[in-house]
Ligand binder design. Structure first.
Ligand SMILES: [Zn+2]
Length: 143
């Protein structure tokens, strides 16, 4: 499995959209935009199997509708009580202890991580944890 972060909303939110892929099957995490994801999928001859959402903010979900237009067979997973579930009949709500087999031998485990939003979830895959939002404090020389 390969993991790549595509820059998104550059100059405003400066997010990364994560793409996980193996052979011709891809998953995308928190698509705040869609064009760079669609370009990447086409350039690498990938089929989008699933969209994974950590929380409901637009900078993590704005690309969902366009992605589903290009990849109508894609699944979509995200937190429970999400407004997205009203728009997408294929939406599946996830919570702590749920898991998804992305590829044989690669399982995604769901963690409830409320705080940024009440229903925020994170995804643990091998040694990688996709938390959806991360603040990094500047290093300080004097403590
Ligand atoms: Zn947010």
């Amino acid at each position: 499995m390969t993991i790549i972060g595509l820059p998104a909303l550059v100059g405003s939110y400066d997010n990364l959209i994560w793409i996980l892929y193996h052979q011709d099957k891809a998953w995308v995490i928190d698509p705040g935009e869609s064009s760079q994801v669609i370009d990447f999928l086409q350039q690498h001859s990938l089929n989008l199997h699933g969209i994974l959402i950590t929380h409901d903010h637009q900078d993590h979900t704005h690309g969902v509708s366009e992605l589903l237009k290009h990849c109508p067979e894609s699944n979509i997973y995200g937190p429970k009580n999400s407004p997205l579930s009203a728009y997408y009949p294929q939406y599946k709500a996830l919570q702590e202890k749920d898991s998804i087999t992305l590829y044989p031998g690669y399982t995604l485990n769901v963690l409830d991580t409320p705080g940024h939003t009440p229903n925020h979830i994170s995804f643990l895959i091998m040694k990688f944890c996709f938390v959806g939002i991360l603040y990094l404090a500047q290093a300080q020389e004097n403590f």
